[in-house]
Write a protein that binds this ligand. Structure first.
Ligand code: GDP
Ligand code: IMO
Ligand code: MG
Length: 423
């Protein structure tokens, strides 16, 4: 299958990093198409933990890895990532290419985001404070600075003049926050160009050539469908489109080039940050899953909120992304439970709800309807063949398939690279 997309089908942290890492073994090119350093994708190899934020997972396997036009890039984060991976023997710069159309996250984006989250008070989004939202705002407002703008020092200076003046007015007069120094930003960007300039190009040409040459291209989605700016639990979402459809704009390829869409889904649900979460569990139960499931934000370290599997969420994701098969992760984490509730539908104002609501006011009035499945009460982390899973675990997966309308193609039973089952 030459072009495969891996998308998150819940609220992020489904284990996309693991799924991409597994598929990357067979890939020639791995490309990110959305988001920025708000993503945190983790893979464990032995006792080594690799958590990447901007660099596609492909670098771990030495594959050509692209940062697409749909991304927003903080070059300081990229530099840190390069040095951290480099110190562990994983070369980054030679293996990455950065889209000249990708937008940059600059110091004022982080300052504005922090001030804006404060201003929102109890209506804060609970963002990762990486400057993501303000960078996408500038992109839409047509005043963003793009990677390719660093090529021409004079043009860059002119663009920065205009935008920094405006941002400082905002920071000083609206937010009463500290301002930024235009010359400092300019100098820092010149240094970054010297470092990363050679990797900057039109990455869509690489994607196109790879697809036409029958190579395997893997598109690594960041975040999750419920965090999509158009289809997620707005306004408690991120500022990009994690959906598979964004591959087209964010990586620069026609829709017909995509052969396969794999949805990553946890065997339960998690969410970091604020916003509605119908199947959220009380802390006494969530606690049992947090350590075994590694449920701490990879980017911010925040304890993740945890809930039972919500078929309303994943069914909507299957539809919106065109998911053809599911990689179910974290099945091992459900091992200790005698009974496992699964949300099969919602009731709102006394009526059944047929599709996950788009309006959060309605979503917040929804009550999950649960079906209880028997647990398997055993450790499955050593299982490597589907046939060797306990009957109740197989039945659990079968029920998920029926409820969401997509078959399970992979099952992950632990955080290590080899803890996976191909169905
Ligand atoms: P991503 O953002 O979708 O790539 O997911 P994250 O890496 O942010 O979060 C997933 C967390 O779960 C990480 O701590 C992984 O090490 C861990 N993990 C991934 N898959 C599994 C699994 O099948 N079982 C268990 N127990 N942990 C897993
Ligand atoms: P990966 O790729 C989980 C959440 C934040 C917050 C909201 C907006 O690791 O699955 P932002 O900084 O994007 O403006 O924050 O989105 N969020 C994520 N939650 N996993 C992610 O990425 C996320 N990226 C953003 O917690 O609620
Ligand atoms: Mg993550």
């Amino acid at each position: 299958m030459p072009a495969t997309v891996v998308v998150g089908s819940q609220w992020g942290d489904e284990g996309k990093g693991r799924v991409v890492d597994l598929l990357a073994a067979e890939a020639d090119v791995v490309a990110r198409y959305n988001g920025g350093g708000n993503a945190g994708h983790t893979v464990w190899v032995g006792d080594q933990k690799y958590a990447v934020h901007l660099v596609p997972m492909g670098v771990l396997r030495g594959k050509l890895s692209l940062l697409g036009a749909g991304m927003v890039i903080d070059l300081n984060v990229l530099l840190e990532e390069e040095s951290e991976l480099g110190s562990r023997g994983i070369p980054v710069r030679g293996n990455i290419r950065i889209s000249e159309n990708a937008h940059l996250i600059l110091p004022y984006h982080r300052l504005i985001e922090a001030a804006e989250e404060e201003r929102r008070g109890k209506h804060a989004i609970g963002t990762t404070r990486r400057g993501i939202g303000p960078a996408y705002e500038d992109k839409a407002a047509r005043r963003g600075i793009r990677m390719g703008d660093l090529r021409d020092p004079d043009a860059l200076a002119e663009k920065l003049d205009a935008v920094v003046n405006y941002k400082n007015l905002l920071l000083k007069n609206v937010y009463k926050a500290r301002t930024v120094d235009r010359d400092e930003i300019y100098r820092a960007l010149r240094v970054m160009w010297d470092h990363f300039g050679e990797a900057v190009c039109d990455t869509s040409l690489i994607v196109q050539e790879a697809v036409e040459g029958g190579q395997h291209v893997l598109f690594e989605g960041a975040h999750g469908t419920m965090l999509d700016i158009d289809w997620g639990t707005y306004p408690y979402v991120t500022s990009s489109n994690p959906l598979s459809g964004e591959v087209v704009a964010g990586a620069g390829i026609g829709p017909k080039a995509i052969d396969r869409v794999v949805g990553a889904a946890k065997a339960y649900t998690s969410r970091v940050g604020l916003g509605p979460f119908p199947t959220e569990l009380e802390e006494s139960v969530a606690q049992k899953m947090r350590e075994p499931g590694g449920e701490f934000g990879s980017t911010t370290g925040r304890a993740r909120r945890i809930g039972w599997f919500d078929a309303m969420v994943v069914r909507k994701s299957v539809r919106l992304n065109g998911i053809e098969s599911l990689a179910i992760t974290h099945l091992d984490v459900l091992g200790p439970f005698e009974e496992i509730p699964v949300c099969v539908g919602y009731r709102c104002d006394g009526e059944d709800v047929s599709d996950f609501p788009n309006q959060i006011e309605m979503l917040m009035r929804c009550e999950p309807v649960y079906e209880t499945l028997p647990g398997w009460q055993s450790d499955i982390s050593h299982v490597r063949k589907f046939a060797d899973l306990p009957q109740n675990a197989k039945a659990y997966l079968k029920r998920i398939e029926e409820l969401v309308g997509a078959p399970v193609s992979q099952v992950l039973v632990g955080r290590q690279r080899d803890q996976s089952i191909l169905v």
